[in-house]
Design a protein around this ligand. Structure first.
Ligand code: PEP
Length: 265
């Protein structure tokens, strides 16, 4: 089975006002009209979804939500549903990000409900898993991320498209990353879990790495076997930082492993 198309995803978290939409505009302008092999997506705060999606439309930039609530509508003050995010132009959604799990007490069971809601609302989920520093230090990384993924996925995915992101909690925003071997091992374990749920389709399911990805380390991370993209936080806020990561993915996607880009300089 061929390698999935790389997904380069930028999570703006709780950053961004209308004045920052220029960054998305710069990114969209750089992608527009090019035959870009990777899929490139930004996840702004919900307040900017509508305007960013309008600016991105038809220009090779996807836009997604950072979270949704699992109900379609109702008396849930402050929440937004998959249908609402879709309505303003989102096509993807990040689910179970470690900041949601840590700061808002989100459980695997809730993430699973949200994955089902994303399918219902025609959003493509990126399901995040990752171990804390304590779990890593105790040697429990693989057991933790595999059980998190198993518990965060519905029993059957049918024909639905899904992405997984391996994001070690201790690496997020910390300027630290696991070794390339550790990333490869984690991705292999997660793909095994996926294979139990969706069989052969697991090979075609993108598994992203996230945690302190920058223009400096993106090429090395994207060259790791089983890494099908990156989920980027801080380095996605400005187009000048994010674009080199997109171009690293383009080079990694070339059939000759980037030789063409190297020749072009
Ligand atoms: C993230 O928020 O998912 C993330 C990976 O952040 P950073 O790239 O800043 O570590």
């Amino acid at each position: 089975m061929p390698r999935p198309r790389l997904l380069i995803a930028g999570n703006w978290k709780m950053h961004g006002l209308a004045a920052d939409l220029g960054e998305a505009e710069t990114l969209a302008a750089a992608l527009a009209g090019r035959r870009v092999r990777s899929r490139v997506a930004l996840f702004p705060p919900a307040t900017l979804l509508d305007r960013m999606a309008r600016a991105a439309q038809g220009r090779g930039l996807l836009v997604g939500a950072q979270d949704i609530y699992h109900e379609p509508s109702g008396a849930f003050t402050g929440a937004i549903s998959a249908e609402m995010a879709k309505d303003v132009g989102a096509s993807l959604v990040i689910l179970g990000h470690s900041e949601r799990r840590r700061d808002f007490g989100e459980t695997d069971a809730q993430v699973r409900l949200k994955v089902e809601a994303a399918f219902r609302g025609r959003l493509e989920p990126i399901v995040c898993v990752g171990e804390s520093a304590e779990v890593r230090d105790a040697g429990g990384t693989m057991a933790r991320i595999e059980s998190q993924l198993r518990a965060s996925l519905p029993e059957s995915l049918g024909e639905q498209r899904i992405n997984v992101a391996y994001e070690p909690v201790w690496a997020i925003g910390a300027g630290k990353t696991p070794s390339l071997e550790e990333i490869a091992e984690a991705h292999e374990g997660l793909r095994r879990v996926l294979a139990h749920v969706i069989g052969d389709q697991a090979q075609a399911t993108p598994i992203l790495y996230g945690g302190s990805v920058t223009a400096e380390n993106a090429s090395a991370v994207l060259a790791v076997s089983g890494v099908d993209g990156v989920l980027v936080g801080s380095a996605s806020l400005e187009a000048a930082d994010f674009l080199p990561i997109v171009w690293a993915a383009e080079a990694a996607s070339e059939p000759d492993g980037g030789f063409e880009s190297w020749l072009r300089g």
